[in-house]
Design a protein around this ligand. Structure first.
Ligand code: MN3
Length: 199
């Protein structure tokens, strides 16, 4: 059963002016789509062909002979998760249980936001910054390239893509502005709260 590119959870213009339809036309329709196509080509006719995306990621992680499969599978998962990590009229602060836990684990929302931004801006090269639940504690983790928290036993709650292709058309080299806009205008705290509640 071949994987398919999942549609965006909103119109490609829905996040403008913070994240443009032009960026989505490359980031979703080209980059994300290419990971799906590559993954299908790599698993066709193998014992991974009928597995779930999560099973493929776990089966190929930390196995150098399956690096191509891991990179494409994890990028398919990370991008789908990233689209849901943003929402029209997003940004601001979470509420409820997640807000309380952020205060408990980071001291305050502002302290969390400062640390999240510093991590995302400081990720050298290509990768992702995630808010995760790890052993019952909230953490901010950076991954390299296609890295994804599930392979370390962590539950992803929210992510921002910091590969240059994620922001270059809208922000050029200004990654700090992109990450600040993600926090102020895009972050989908309802999604993160649902992931926290389900963890
Ligand atoms: Mn990307």
């Amino acid at each position: 059963m071949a994987f398919e590119l999942p549609p965006l959870p909103y119109a490609d213009t829905a996040l403008e002016p913070h994240y443009s339809a032009n960026t989505f036309s490359f980031h979703h329709a080209k980059h994300h789509n290419a990971y799906v196509t590559n993954l299908n080509n790599l698993i066709t006719g193998t014992d991974l062909a009928d597995k779930s995306l999560e099973d493929i990621i776990m089966a190929s992680a930390k196995d150098d002979s399956k690096a191509g499969i891991f990179n494409n599978a994890a990028q398919v998962w990370n991008h789908t998760f990233f689209w849901s990590s943003m929402a029209p009229n997003g940004g601001g602060r979470p509420s409820g249980a997640l807000a309380a836990r952020i205060d408990e684990d980071f001291g305050s929302f502002d302290a969390f936001a400062e640390k999240f931004k510093a991590s995302a801006v400081g990720r050298f090269g290509s990768g992702w910054t995630f808010l995760v639940l790890d052993g019952g504690k909230l953490k901010i983790v950076n991954t390299l390239n296609a890295g994804t928290p599930m392979t370390d036993g962590q539950t992803a709650l929210l992510t921002v893509d910091v590969w240059e292709h994620a922001y270059y058309l809208d922000y050029q080299n200004r990654r700090p502005d992109y990450v600040q806009t993600f926090l102020d205008k895009l972050a989908n705290w309802d999604f993160a709260s649902a992931n926290f509640a389900a963890a």
